[in-house]
Ligand binder design. Structure first.
Ligand code: ATP
Ligand code: MG
Length: 261
């Protein structure tokens, strides 16, 4: 695989300027750089629960470099999904800033974010969020259709993505006709179909047996080796150990960062 002929600054301009598109054939190795591709600065997210405030995140700061593979771990309720949703622009912080390639995510409009997300990020949601009336293949094709990317190859790319997660034979089935683990793998295929430079995956092996869990682990490793930035939430130690950096969360805060480097 060739090494990208652009480095962080160029990637930043490609992603940061939402009028421009990411390189359409994003199949090269992006050399990991010391600069942060994803940066959270003193981020707080709180929810009103009855008369009181519940802090899902309290003053979290985190840098993730381009090409890095990071695992977020921590007890249930510690703020992992909240943090991932902020990086993906699904949710906004109450205080602090979230930057992806220097684009301040939390100050963009919903429309701007939708375009930016389609170009930049693949998200595997903890609870899949597949559309119930679309088949597995159609669910995976949806982001390609929305972005008008790979116009003549959408079906083929979606079928390839399903194949990568071992679901080629389930393409015509509706989510209700799939097991939980199969639905989860469709969600992973959907996140990969656009070939985004950043992958956010929330418990992507939570419903899988060890064989399929291993398949997803291999896939994440491949994606990382191919230059993608991967941020993974997991309770699975084996999966976390595959990452270069483990970020431990508790009660809405980062309590430790361990680097495998
Ligand atoms: N919409 C909401 N309204 C109120 N509280 C919320 C909301 N979403 C999340 N929370 C609270 O924020 C905290 C962090 O939630 P989050 O989903 O980020 O946890 P998590 O670390 O992903 O947990 P899990 O491992 O169970 O998925 C939890 O205490 C949760 O109850
Ligand atoms: Mg969660």
């Amino acid at each position: 695989m060739p090494i990208c002929d652009f480095r962080f600054a160029e990637l930043q301009s490609k992603i940061g300027n939402r009028k421009s598109k990411i390189h359409p054939d994003y199949t090269c190795i992006l050399m990991p750089n010391q600069d942060a591709l994803i940066r959270l600065e003193n981020v707080t997210r709180q929810y009103a629960v009855g008369a009181r405030s519940l802090f899902a995140l309290r003053g979290v700061s985190l840098d993730i470099r381009a090409g890095e593979f990071v695992a977020l771990v921590g007890p249930s309720g510690s703020g992992k999904s909240t943090l991932l949703n902020l990086i993906g622009g699904i949710d906004k912080p109450d205080e602090g800033m979230v930057y992806v390639a220097d684009l301040p995510i939390n100050t963009q409009s919903e429309n701007e974010l939708a375009i930016w997300r389609g170009e930049t990020i693949g998200i595997v949601f903890q609870f899949f969020q597949l559309l119930p009336t679309l088949t597995a293949l159609e669910n995976v094709m949806l982001p390609l259709e929305l972005r008008h990317s790979f116009p003549n190859h959408q079906r083929e790319r979606a079928a390839d993505a399903l194949e990568r997660v071992g679901l080629a034979e389930r393409a015509t089935q509706l989510p209700s006709e799939l097991s939980g683990g199969e639905q989860q793998r469709v969600a992973i295929a959907r996140a990969l179909a656009n070939d985004p430079p950043i992958l956010l995956a929330d418990e992507p092996t939570g419903n899988l047996d060890s064989e399929n869990g291993q398949r997803i682990l291999d896939l994440l490793n491949d994606l990382h080796r191919g230059g993608k930035t991967v941020v993974l939430v997991t309770h699975d130690d084996a999966l976390a150990r595959a990452a270069q950096k483990i970020v431990r969360m508790r009660d809405g805060q980062i309590i430790a960062t361990e680097s495998a480097d």
